[in-house]
Design a protein around this ligand. Structure first.
Ligand code: DGI
Ligand code: FE
Ligand code: FE
Length: 250
């Protein structure tokens, strides 16, 4: 194990309350599990998970003052609900106090609460891990989200964003524009992926159909004589092929 990770853990254990520390460990392990699944860098995923809530030990007033002092720009949403600032301030601590220079890790920490447009792989891994780590228990759809996270990361992100937005609306919490932008962007990503998948499927079906038609052409000695027969057989092939396709997809 890397000594940097051991030192970070020691420091976090001293600084965070026991619940936050346990949550942090859960997020770090879940980040690594997702990194294994999606073949991402395990060490970077672990560092992002370990440090994502490192600024969560300050109250709102202190975070506002610290951000002002360090000239960290704040959005209207963050000014209305300064608890959101632990993400930006956390990225600042990760860089300045824990020596993290990797911009991808710092950005993932910075956007872990609201998400953002054009989320990177690590942004998504951390965002999802924070929601599904084993210590979480409040959200009702957790078992489905946990499964989905290991099947389709984008869909898991979208699902979590929908659930958080629903919760924020039901509790009348001020919603940051970044949270809405992140949600709309993830909807676009998922819709584009779905459309590409459908186009690829119909192209495969067309190729299969073309192959079956040319097979029939070579089998029949004279096209004209056997035309009706060929149409019948093609129709049959088409049906059985599409049934086979359906069975394979489910
Ligand atoms: O720090 P954690 O509790 O581990 O998790 P987190 O950093 O994802 O923060 C979760 C909270 O942040 C959750 O209660 C939803 C809230 N949140 C996310 N986007 C917004 C938001 N709260 C407000 N007020 N506005 C947002 O846009
Ligand atoms: Fe957080
Ligand atoms: Fe967290």
């Amino acid at each position: 194990m890397n000594t940097q990770v051991i030192e970070i853990r020691k420091s976090l254990k001293k600084k965070l309350d026991p619940f936050r520390f346990e949550h942090t460990m859960g997020v770090a392990y879940t980040c690594q599990a997702l990194a294994m699944r999606y073949e991402y860098d395990l060490h970077k995923a672990e560092l992002a998970g370990l440090l994502h809530d490192c600024a969560k030990r300050f109250d709102n007033e202190t975070m506002l003052l610290k951000c002002q002092k360090r000239e960290i720009p704040m959005t209207d949403g963050e000014l209305r609900d300064p608890s959101l600032l632990h993400a930006k301030l956390g990225a600042w601590y990760a860089r300045e106090k824990y020596g993290i220079e990797d911009q991808e890790i710092l950005t993932a920490i910075e956007c872990h609460t609201t998400g953002k447009k054009n989320m990177t792989f690590l942004d998504k891994i951390l965002y999802v891990a924070d929601y599904i780590e084993p210590g979480r228990y409040k959200a009702s759809e957790l078992p489905e989200m946990r499964k989905l996270a290991f099947i389709d990361l984008d869909l898991a992100c979208l699902s979590i964003m929908e659930s958080i937005l629903k919760y924020l609306e039901s509790t009348n919490c001020p919603i940051d524009t970044t949270t809405i932008e992140a949600y709309e962007d993830m909807r676009r990503v998922v819709a584009e992926k779905e459309a590409a998948k459908k186009a690829a499927e119909s192209q495969t079906e067309e190729i299969a159909l073309g192959e079956s038609e040319s097979e029939q052409d070579t089998l029949t000695p004279t096209k004209e004589v056997n035309h009706v027969e060929s149409v019948k057989r093609n129709g049959k092939n088409r049906r059985s092929r599409s049934r086979r396709e359906k069975r394979r997809r489910h």
